[in-house]
Design a protein around this ligand. Structure first.
Ligand code: ADP
Ligand code: MG
Length: 232
């Protein structure tokens, strides 16, 4: 089943002579349960595509359906709801709140979930255990290594059990050994059924996914099975 359908989605920034065509019309389907890497040179439109995928930005033209919903025509409230229910985000720079503990950071996305605090705590600690951080839950980000901070960020992204996990260069700030342990978490989540899409510059990281989508000049120039799909 298609989780994501881009039907001739384009994105232009600016207007007149200053227009930048960040995405040319792209048509793309990603099924529920896929594990995809998006690769391509700087400026090729990867982050623009991720922002649209994550409903943080709208296409200039074309249609984006997420789980069957035409999200590009939804109002702001409905969209926020879809985002909260369906999507999790992980970034290169973790984006944790420095004054909060790991546990409190992970509890944040449940602020609007209308759950009792005990329930929020138990869900957050389960998410932290899932990423192998069950013993550091009361530490603040500056008391954690980069890899541990990224684990907290992943726990925060999955605590509402999203269908789709979007990650923009999730291993970009980490050494290769730590990257590997983070990739193991993504592979695990994917194995359990979560759809994962990540942007990466790292060929070795991309090749652990099942599918590699290559962008160039706002277009998809290659879309292929990755070696990872053969070994898992
Ligand atoms: P990538 O993530 O692959 O490096 P981006 O999606 O960030 O590429 O950018 C694609 C193109 O769109 C680039 O030419 C970039 O300069 C341009 N661009 C991105 N965001 C904006 C913006 N907010 N305003 C104007 N141009 C932008
Ligand atoms: Mg980018």
């Amino acid at each position: 089943m298609a989780l994501i359908e881009f039907d001739r989605v384009s994105k232009a920034y600016g207007s007149g002579e200053l227009t930048v065509q960040a995405l040319r019309p792209i048509s793309l389907t990603i099924r529920a349960g896929e594990y995809c890497a998006i690769v391509g040179p700087s400026g090729s439109g990867k982050s623009t595509a991720m922002a649209i995928l994550g409903c943080l930005d709208r296409p200039t033209s074309g249609t984006y359906r997420l789980d069957g919903n035409p999200v590009d025509t939804m109002g702001a409230n409905a969209l926020a709801e879809v985002r909260n229910r369906t999507l999790g985000f992980v970034f290169q720079q973790f984006h944790l709140l420095p004054q909060l503990t790991a546990m409190e950071n992970v509890m944040l996305p449940m602020v609007y979930a209308n759950l009792p605090k005990a329930k929020r705590r138990s869900r957050a600690s389960r998410a932290l255990e899932k990423v192998g951080l069950g013993n550091r839950i009361h530490n603040r980000p500056n008391q954690l290594s980069g890899g541990q901070q990224q684990r907290v960020a992943i726990a925060r992204a999955i605590v509402n059990r999203p269908q789709l996990l979007l990650a923009d260069e999730p291993t970009g700030a980490l050494d290769s050994h730590t990257s590997q342990s983070i990739m193991a978490i993504f592979a695990d989540l994917n194995r359990e059924g979560m759809t994962v899409i990540m942007v990466t510059h790292d060929r070795q990281v991309a090749e652990q996914c099942d599918r590699i989508i290559t962008f160039h000049d706002g277009q998809v120039i290659k879309d292929s099975r990755a070696p990872g799909s053969l070994t898992r």
